[in-house]
Design a protein around this ligand. Structure first.
Ligand SMILES: Cc1cc2nc3c(=O)[nH]c(=O)nc-3n(C[C@H](O)[C@H](O)[C@H](O)COP(=O)(O)OP(=O)(O)OC[C@H]3O[C@@H](n4cnc5c(N)ncnc54)[C@H](O)[C@@H]3O)c2cc1C
Length: 305
């Protein structure tokens, strides 16, 4: 793959940073993962268009990454280009009754902004790490709400088609998934928010954060829930009743606090994490006859998978 040629052309054509062999452990909340062959920051819409044209021309595969808070990157890394949205996509504004934000905006910033403006409708998202783009791709949510409830419209960029506006009601939303990823790179979204009572919003946010702190290993290197809840059940309960809490492989540990969280307990590799994922999947299958499906996304080649 002519990566150095692609890197040289990208450096010449775009304003954002272009890096070769960038360790993805620096860009994921698991703090594991080998190098991305190319790591490219797209600071403007012109960067997006130019970079995608060059990558297509040079036949280099690519993927978009937000804050890597739902991502396990293999130890061997990714042999394509990791694209990250930069400057122009970190802005937000309140306009025409909608909170409009670039996809690189940190979701927590939007939650706080809504609170400061006395706007209700996003407090369920308090404490969810990552960017707006990642939250839209994943239909991030909790029992109290999810992105599908908040989205008015999303702007995506597709190399063949350019920019298009997708109405929230036209997106196919799944449980921790959406079909937005297949439509292109998510660049911006408008979220519907309603006027609310600041005291109530604050109380709600504090309650949700308290619940999170009481039940989740906050502050540990992890990627949130590893598995989606199977129909009619809770992955965490199945894992706990199968005795998975505290199971360990190398530096990867099933959190003693919440069985659906695998944490990097220090020095974990992606192989440790994927190995532990397989181990607990087998344990639950043997005991409960349920196949747990991962919620986290994988990037790169995993030999054991
Ligand atoms: C401690 C902790 C708690 C968590 N709690 C929750 C929770 O309560 N609820 C929940 O739903 N999740 C939770 N998560 C998981 C994670 O925070 C969410 O899935 C988050 O929305 C991912 O955002 P991100 O920017 O980090 O996306 P990434 O992890 O970088 O990417 C996730 C996916 O989105 C795609 N993507 C990212 N940006 C774009 C874009 N601009 N265009 C197209 N595709 C894109 C990526 O290719 C990838 O497939 C938690 C994670 C942690 C570490």
């Amino acid at each position: 793959m002519p990566l150095s040629e692609a890197a040289a052309r990208l450096t010449e054509s775009i304003s954002g940073a272009v890096r070769l062999a960038e360790p993805m452990a620096k860009h994921t909340t698991f703090r594991v993962g080998g190098p991305a062959a190319l790591h490219v920051t797209l600071d403007t819409l012109a960067d997006v268009a130019a970079a995608l044209a060059i990558l297509r021309d040079e036949d280099v595969a690519y993927t978009v990454v937000g804050k890597g808070s739902n991502l396990l990157v293999s130890d061997a890394g990714y042999d394509g280009a990791v694209l990250v949205l930069g400057r122009a996509f970190k802005k937000h504004r309140f306009e025409d009754g909608l909170l409009k934000a670039g996809a690189a905006t940190v979701l927590g910033v939007l939650v706080q902004e809504a609170f400061h403006l006395g706007l209700a409708g996003l407090s369920w998202a308090v404490g969810i790490p990552g960017t707006l783009g990642g939250a839209l791709a994943m239909n991030a949510g909790t029992r109290q709400g999810s992105m599908r409830d908040a989205v008015e419209a999303v702007t995506v960029y597709n190399p063949g088609k350019g920019l298009s506006l997708v109405r929230g009601r036209d997106v196919s939303w799944g449980y921790r998934s959406s079909d937005l990823v297949g439509r292109g790179i998510i660049l911006e979204a408008s979220l519907s928010v309603v006027e609310g009572d600041s005291t109530r919003i604050r109380a709600e946010m504090e309650r949700f954060l308290r619940d999170r702190k009481a039940t989740q290993p906050m502050g540990m290197s992890c990627a949130g829930s590893v598995f989606v809840n199977p129909p009619g059940g809770a992955a965490g309960q199945l894992l706990e009743s199968a005795g998975c809490k505290g199971m360990r492989l190398g530096g990867a540990l099933v959190s003693p606090m919440h069985a659906n969280f695998i944490v990097n307990d220090g020095g974990a590799t992606a192989s440790d994490v994927i190995g532990l994922i397989h181990k607990v999947q087998m344990t639950v299958r043997d005991l409960h006859g349920v196949d747990l499906r991962p919620e986290i996304r994988f990037l790169g080649r995993f030999e054991e998978a």
